[in-house]
Write a protein that binds this ligand. Sequence first.
Ligand code: ATP
Length: 875
Amino acid sequence: MPDRAAIIAAEQRAVDHAYECYERPLRENRAQRARRDERTDAHAGTAFIPTLPPELRTEDALAGASLVMHRIDALDEGRVRTCYIGRASVFDDEHDLVVANWQTRQATRWLLARPEDPGEVMLRRDLTCKGPKVRGYRDVLVRPLRNGVPAATAPPPTRDTVRELRDLLLDELGRARDGRMRDIVETIQREQLALVADERAGLLVVQGGPGTGKTAVGLHRVSWLLFNKLFKPGEVLVVGPHRGFLEHVRGVLPQLGTHDVRMVALDLLWERPGAGTAADAARTGRRTAVDGAKGTDAPAARAVKADLRMAAVLRNALDAQSGRGVLARRAAHGGFVAAFEGTHLSASLDELKALADAHRDAPTYEARRARFADALVELLVERYGLQHQGRQDRTLPERIARHAHVTRLVGRLWPKLTAERVLRDLLTDPVLLHKAAQGILDGAEQAAILRGRAARLEQEPWTLADLVCLEELRVLISGEGPRRYPHLVVDEAQDLTPMQARSLARRCPTGSMTVLGDLAQATGPHRYAGWDELAALLGPGAERHLAELDVGYRVPQQVMEFAEPLARRLAPGTAFPRSVRPVDGALSLVPVDGAEVDAAALDAARAVRAAADGADRSVALIVPDRRRSALRTGAPAGVHVLTAAQAKGLEFDHVVLAEPAEIAAQEPAGAGGLYVALTRCTQSLTVVHGAPIPVGPDEDGERTERSQEEDMTDTSTDRPGTGGAAGAPAEGFDRFVAALEGSVRDERRCNIHEHLRHRLLSDLFSAGLAPTSTPVVDAVCDGPAGTVLYEVLGEDRRAYLDLREAVLRLMEAAHAEGETADHRFVVLPGEPVEDWAAETLDEAFGVNVLWLEDGHWRGNRVPLALGRAAPGDRR
Ligand SMILES: Nc1ncnc2c1ncn2[C@@H]1O[C@H](COP(=O)(O)OP(=O)(O)OP(=O)(O)O)[C@@H](O)[C@H]1O
């Protein structure tokens, strides 16, 4: 058996040959170009200037990267053939393939072959090259031939060769980050490549913790899909979280040989009235054509506008300003009468209402108006015919349609509306808002989105959420939707609001999407309980495939371990990534006096910058939003000062983090923002904090756990934040209330719980009642049957034992509030699991059960639960 040196020498010869074959056409093309240039010079001044055909490349696209990465020996009709896989397809003089591009289906299939299912692969050898120089190799899959027949795969590689591969990957991961992401072709892992080359239709959702390579996978996938002609460049849109992120990843696709793919930051995706779209900007090259939203929403308004219920409110706003909405206000005026060619045309108010209602299912507002106008003319023509013994001529319908009174009536009932006018009226007119939001948004939610009116429509400070609503309205009014793409890639998708997701679905009606994200890093106003909810919004009706990446390539192990309890708390259902990178001394905690945080953070940044100098390492200082401008002013050169939101999706070699508790308290990101900030570094994280670092497993965002060094030095067992309100010396009843509040808060993190609670509150408001929620009671409402107390349960809580626990909670809540309820309800997200549960609960505890099924309330006493019971219906 040849020794390693001999194998490396043999592989070097193969790689040399590959380079020779790769470079020869380049050299020849350059020479040909030089000859043409000479000819062109000779013809200077003439109209004909020959151009070089695109296939005659003259530039080396490798830019120093290795051409060859793998050797594959594959069985082909009984013979073993050797093929090399690399960054480009290379042919020899006989047009035989010397290197196969990694993106060809054949090469991808070979690279995905596993030892336990090798297919035709007999040998996979990964080469460690530095440019054209072979430094080492590792045999990943070896299947010897015995008597011409492949034997079982050989035992796993020796420790040495494993270390060698790890070295290649770790070398790559340990290199300095200059703010630009690079491709990972040389070290892409099998589970990543499988996602890159996944050809299934529909939505591919990739969930993965920080640094698991989601962005890298998304971009390599774009390149792979285009290379294999599944889409053309103009057919793919990549949506990233912000401009800084796009800047960070900008170089990857060109490095992979992929050009002309449109990439847009999420906040520039929606057109601002009067400005062009991002697409316009890309076309015209004018950056100033688009500058996104002008205004900002307070957190409460942002939450309401993010919610899908907003779509129904917008539709209602249109209805209130047209058709029946206008007729309702016209009651005093009666129907329609107009003099016409010596006679009268007329329609009663009821007839007009019937016509207005008849076309509610028309696709757009404008279509409804057109159909109403047609139907009105038809009615008037018919009436005219009756009055004149059927005497009609061909131009009568047109004469009636053009009659000033008719056009005025149509115009009044279906005024020319623009999305901007409707939204402006909705957000600034409390009466219209109430009418449109009745039964959908409660009073507090309506108040949250109500705002003052700018002097002129063009001055309205549209927020990002408003821009999304404007698109929704435009679609409702005229059907005018955004440009469509056959494939969409959405990064950091966990931050999309439901309204944004609905709008993205509009851009890709086929539902062919690559959706990348991490639920634990969610920082938007809406938290998704799982990917299903978001996937259903993005690709309604499309096939969905969920994949998880669970190996962390960016963040040092020590830092990931520090952040782990926080991540598990934020998204208990997702896998926490294993980091492949132990880095000694990667984590430093620097406790300081609260007043010293800024100065200490700047000192730390200065020290880290100085230590990193010469090593070409990037340094970021991640700070709470309100401290950014002050710290930017004082920061040393070469240190990027960013908020957690700005750092999303980016990575730096060294990160200094200032006052994490303050970052975790920022709305709407909360602890998700802190998790993002903690996981940006590749080498070291220095945490400067005055307040304790809220990374513990049982935090609730308001309470904090002590930092590690405090844990080490302080042996006190009376730790704040583990059962009582923030550090308060709570006793007895107070402690009980605090504990109850804590667990209610936990429950209210569940979206399904919150959907149910809000729906219940909204329906009670619609019934004309005034329900309230308190920190311990999900809902309490005085209705015709007395006081009713509700305890809402969240996802997967429909079993009898859950119901019994809810009864106890109701009793505790009543005790905490001093509330003596006449009726008590447990509210579930679906039918109880056991069919006897509702009856038993009623008989045993006098507690009723209410649940939602297909959007309707069900249960043993639904009218009573919704405030519709007779006053005598008291227990
Ligand atoms: N197989 C790999 N080989 C080399 N580097 C890799 C590999 N996979 C990921 N990386 C590197 O790890 C870093 C993190 O990757 P990426 O930004 O794609 O992760 P992410 O999952 O999108 O992270 P986040 O959720 O924090 O945005 C990048 O520098 C990327 O190049």
